[in-house]
Design a protein around this ligand. Sequence first.
Ligand code: SF4
Length: 351
Amino acid sequence: MTTEPPVLELVDLTRHFAAGKGTVRAVDGVTLTVGRGEVLGLVGESGSGKSTVGRCAVRLDEPTSGTVRVNGTDVTRLSRRALRPLRREFHLVFQDPSSSLDPRMTVGRIVAEPLRLHQIARGEAARVRVAALLAQVGLRPEHIDRHPHELSGGQRQRVSLARALSVDPDLLVADEPTSALDVSVQASVLNLLADLQRDRGFGCLFITHDLAAVEFLADRIAVMYLGEIVELAPTAELFASPRHPYTQALLSAAPVPDPVAQRSRERIVLSGELPSPLAPPPGCRFHTRCPVAVDRCRTEVPVPRTLPGAPGAAGDRRVSCHLVTDDGAAPDAAAPGHARPVRPGSAPGGG
Ligand code: SF4
């Protein structure tokens, strides 16, 4: 029996940039997979390195070291030429569609461009296909002859989605696809992305700082802090029982729909700013802001550990913190000195 490889596999991915006399360690040793038809959410503050991971995943940026595999093929060091036929398999949808859509081209040409480049369809066949794609993303037939500046932000993002999906990719990397949009249209674009993903079954690396969006869309979530993944877990488990103190703080700041629950929940306020990736703190990178840090955290780098899975849970649960025990009990960042109990069914780990 053969098992299909994940659509995306990043192994020990590192991306460093030279900056003056120093080195920006934007991404440091990121390992993750996106399964076929799976949505993996990648969350973290701005400056955590999550967009750089996305750009390296589709080879718009060159990893410093590590491996990028798409559908089992190592694409890390492929030349642009060798990469071209594989480009069909993976696409990136940007945060701001205005910067990624050519203002001189009509919507019809923009969406047809990948079909032409990959020699999938031309002429009337391409036009028919483009019309069907525009309908799928909720645009009207007359939009085909419009230019990007004649569309609203939400419509432009729909065009980006139609273009990305025109060649039926196995992997879509969506980098903050709704954050440049008005709040009123964010939900409709997210719903569209969810519908398209379900109908077409592509794998998706969904990069966002919006926790409500990632809870809605993702099957699993990876949490990034200063270039590293500190926790990775199935979505329901992460929200029910975050293990890493940073994840606990992040989730405690997210608004919940119920105003009573909102008032009674304990918000964990982190002190200080995100340190510079030019000089990440030694030991655990989170120790300068962690409410439960101990001496060891200042010198010893926590090794990512896979915790035993909850019954029936799919996917890894991985966490990098000295204080999380092997049975999954975790420090409670809201009440330093206490451990969070392992909740029945939810998670001393997720598989
Ligand atoms: Fe906090 Fe230490 Fe755990 Fe890092 S290793 S998250 S500093 S307790």
